[in-house]
Design a binder for this molecule. Sequence first.
Ligand code: GLA
Length: 372
Amino acid sequence: METLTVFSPGRVNLIGEHTDYNDGWVMPLAIDRGTTITARRRDDNLLVVTTRTVRNETDSVALDALDAANQTGWRAYVRGSAQALLDAGVALVGADLTIESNLPIGGGLSSSASLEVGVATALLRLAGVTLPPTEVALAAQRAEQEYAHVNCGIMDQLAVAAGQANHATLIDCRSLEITLVPLPSEVAVLVVDSDVPRTLATSAYNQRRIECERAVTIMQQIDPSIQSLRDVTSELLATAVERDILDDIAFRRARHVVSENARVLAVAEAFRSGNFAYAGELMNDSHWSLRDDYEVSGPELDTLTELLRDLPGVLGARLTGAGFGGCCVALVEQGHIASVAAQIVPAYNSATGRSADAFSTTASALSVASSQ
Ligand code: GLA
């Protein structure tokens, strides 16, 4: 019987944080760590899933009784991905899945999107259905929103589904248009896990979305055609300040999104022109904006990025993902990557008493292999 092996990458976001659900731009890359799923078709309509990552637990359920909205933990993502495909009209078949991940769980590298997209890809292949990456990503996003109850944007699922080797994925989150940006060999991407759990991340995340929506409603007093913060320019923001219509929180959330959108496009341009020092500066600016205006950093992430910036060869460093803990990303000159990875861990551990993990990563695409 045919066995499929799906590698579904995690993602690290180079820049463009909390912009996706504001219809803006992001520039993540799919990475060489992720979720590996082996999958075999069954003759009945059961979905039987074993995870090697979470204590070898097994979940066995009929496809017509998934009850996805009432699950917790990894089951919510797996059953939610299956249910999202059923909702989209895909005729699924019974499957045995075995799941293994080498991503930090809940660490800001999209372990959940990697799982959702991986499960969806495996189930689609077993059902003999081909969907474009954007459709797979949208189904995985619905799994996260409706069944795992996180009101996320599209960045993670689309980066995982559409990312390519050796490229960052510049995404226009309004049109979902993807532009691949080559990652040149002069620079390397370092990920450092801060060892800070993302407590309350979901409620704070959903809260930020509500604050952005409030800012949009207020900005519509100036221009009723504004649909999201993507439509707000720095000139419109200045007008709002002159008229004193935005409260402090709404203003700072909007200022982060408006400035971050500009930084994403500038980083993509800096990569194309080989100006990596400037790309690094923009990554630093992104961190400070997330710390001061968006308020999703924390003492450890601030310390970690400061220590990184002090090391020779580091061009820029910032928190990556939703924030409130998790990982940081640094852009590093290729020749310095090993020494930066070796130095940052003891420096951070002794400054904070935590236990960091640092690894360089390369952009890698989702893949499906088949064997008999
Ligand atoms: C999480 C969400 C994404 C995005 C980031 C912040 O990873 O899943 O959609 O909003 O946070 O940029």
